[in-house]
Design a protein around this ligand. Structure first.
Ligand SMILES: *[C@@H]1O[C@H](CO)[C@@H](O)[C@H](O)[C@H]1NC(C)=O
Ligand SMILES: *[C@@H]1O[C@H](CO)[C@@H](O)[C@H](O)[C@H]1NC(C)=O
Ligand SMILES: *[C@@H]1O[C@H](CO)[C@@H](O)[C@H](O)[C@H]1NC(C)=O
Length: 340
């Protein structure tokens, strides 16, 4: 009780003073919370070469990959950037990867230079059609909206098995090879979609074949092995209350803590194979990635489970460290996975 009172005193009396002095508190690189209650996005990512927004290109001269932007849902304006590799024959059907970018559910875009270069390259190397989804972002669109948008994108994809408006999907999608994937918050979304698919059916009986979780974003109120002692001070931890202000369980909401009380069993993950990629220098989230892997393994899930760790690499290394050896190894493994 005494501890609670001290915390309460700090939050109610001291924190506002601190904010007033500083004018804002930054949850870097996601949001700024101003003393008057206004919340703004940090524009750090947008100001870097990785975050700068770039147009799609109908034909990338280096890779032969075509990309275009489409609207998935006119009401919500949920959109996507699609990547179609150069095909060896005009009737070829190829695997489809539904991909979700990272950014703590608050920042990031399918049009970011870093994401564009990464998925353009992945499409080229793997000969896979990629759909990179712009789900709506918090804090304007708090959880569960990002998950609802992502699920809608998955259903939209599955609906094309029997024809639809998106010709690349209708003509070239192999619906027995649907993959979901994402980095950081996007990896968390991929997990939630595969878990959802364990209890519900997708249109046309389409199934998710594989899932790719790249330095995924998970949290929990209880520390796990190898997690920094001060994990509750990290931005990825602090941002969650702005992503889900109405989550009564806080970071033990089952979307972000897959082992929270009331979370569905991981045994229900409904895909055939999964890769979990963690990074040695991802101080904040490496431990949670390993913890998630161990939890899936311990659940008795019957799919093929793989975990890899990129040495000397940081969070979302395939985007931020595109040219290092570990990233080349990453691409090699992921290409093999998508071709299987
Ligand atoms: C709150 O402060 C921010 C930053 O100084 C400012 O941009 C915003 O207009 C203010 N909002 C209100 C409602 O005063
Ligand atoms: C879809 O991919 C599987 C696995 O590679 C392959 O066996 C099947 O023939 C493909 N379907 C089409 C329509 O190309
Ligand atoms: C947590 O502790 C580590 C090691 O002492 C330090 O480097 C890091 O800056 C701390 N992180 C936060 C968010 O306070």
């Amino acid at each position: 009780m005494a501890t609670h009172s001290i915390v309460f005193l700090f939050v109610t009396l001291l924190l506002p003073c601190y904010i007033a002095k500083e004018d804002f508190v930054s949850i870097f690189p996601f949001l700024r919370v101003y003393g008057n209650g206004t919340i703004k996005r940090e524009d750090f990512l947008l100001s870097t070469p990785f975050g700068k927004l770039v147009p799609s290109s109908l034909h990338d001269p280096q890779t032969g990959v075509s990309s275009k932007d489409i609207i998935i849902n006119p009401t919500t304006q949920v959109s996507a950037r699609l990547y179609l590799p150069k095909l060896s024959n005009p009737n070829e059907k190829i695997p489809v990867l539904l991909y979700f970018h990272g950014g703590g559910f608050c920042v990031g875009s399918a049009s970011s230079n870093g994401d564009h270069a990464y998925l353009n390259r992945l499409s080229f190397l793997s000969n896979v059609l990629i759909i990179s989804v712009n789900y709506r972002l918090a804090p304007e669109h708090p959880s569960p909206i990002p998950y609802i948008d992502s699920l809608l994108a998955l259903k939209w994809l599955a609906s094309h098995e029997k024809g639809g408006v998106e010709s690349w999907l209708v003509n070239h999608g192999n619906f027995s090879r649907i993959f979901v994937g994402g980095d950081s918050a996007g990896g968390n979304i991929a997990h939630n979609l595969v878990l959802w698919a364990g209890g519900k059916k997708l249109p046309n009986g389409v199934n998710i074949f594989g899932a790719l979780l790249v330095t995924p974003y998970f949290l929990g109120s209880q520390p796990v092995n190898f997690e920094p002692k001060n994990f509750t001070e990290t931005s990825v931890y602090k941002i969650w209350r702005y992503v889900c202000p109405l989550c009564r369980a806080g970071v033990d909401d089952p979307h972000i803590n897959p082992l929270a009380p009331g979370a569905p069993s991981l045994k229900q993950l409904n895909c055939k194979k999964m890769i979990i990629y963690v990074a040695e220098q991802d101080v904040e989230l490496r431990a949670r990635g390993i913890w998630y892997y161990e939890a899936v393994k311990a659940s008795g899930w019957e799919g093929e489970l793989m975990k890899f760790e990129a040495k000397k690499s940081g969070h979302v290394f395939p985007i931020f460290q595109p040219n290092q050896m570990e990233t080349l190894i990453f691409f090699k493994r992921v290409v093999g996975f998508l071709k299987s």
